[in-house]
Design a protein around this ligand. Sequence first.
Ligand SMILES: [Zn+2]
Ligand SMILES: [Zn+2]
Length: 341
Amino acid sequence: MKAAVFYAPGDVRVENIDIPKIGPGELLVQIKAATTCGTDVKAYRRGHRLFHPPTPLGHEWAGVVVQVGEGVTRFRVGDRVAGANSAPCGRCYYCKVGQPQLCDDLLIMFGSFAEYLQVPARIVEVNTFKLPDHLSFAAAAMIEPLACAVNGIMESGIRLGDTVAVNGAGPIGLYFVRLAALRGARVIVTDLSDMRLEVAASLGAAEVINVSRLPDAVRAVRDLTEDGRGVDVAIEAVGLPDTWEKTILMARKGGTVNLFGGPKEGTTFTTPTGLVHYNQLTLKGVFHLTPDTARMAFDLLANGQVSERPFISGVQPLSQVVEALEAHARQEVVKYAIVPD
Ligand SMILES: [Zn+2]
Ligand SMILES: [Zn+2]
């Protein structure tokens, strides 16, 4: 089969490799859509701490079951399926205390930029969904990133009528925009790209700010709140320490700051201690997804509350996956759906 293989930063090749042989409890899925994601772009450009090259690339996926491992009862050959790319162990301390995203033995799967994907038993059991006929493969491939944003929204404590700032209008930021609007918030979005800000507005953002033209993002956001007091919830969906610091400065007294974007390993950020103390800020790091938020993401997509448009900017064949990742990196698109040629 054809598959995208990561060799080194900047070196991804579409090659012929063997179709995986599945074991008990596993599925072999013929990929129908695999969406590009900021994580793929970061991995392509600078490598990934979980990658030991050569390693398959792509982690958002949807397709048709073509082989069912021994003992699988929930799925059959021909089923349309999609799911997350990870599953917690269910046994460790964090799984038991209800924080499965922090599982000590989180199983993570890569390899969806390929013709076939071997889905490990644990992911089949916990985080794989049978798709209703009306749900497209491209939409269903978004379960994983949407589930991460759902996790972030659940941790943000948004109340009806709140003003929420979302910094960064990449795919994750745009999911936050949609979900915060669904939660009844007035959403202010900052980004550098007019194209992405237009998408944000179409998803329900009340105010969009292009910070390439208004560089004092903190001031611009605060000016859009009553008496400049700041927003109830400030979300960072970029992954830069500088943006983390600015996001914190946007929150009102007693506000919540969700530092969602994952910065480069080893970086640090600086925040005035007095601000956190006297303004009684809640600063949160939020990571990944849980089986619960994966289920919620699936429901949001199946119910049409989050649709593939405008997140999927286009379709690219697997042979063009490198070009697709480059275009994603240049922020020319929100996401691409990669389909086998
Ligand atoms: Zn992703
Ligand atoms: Zn665990």
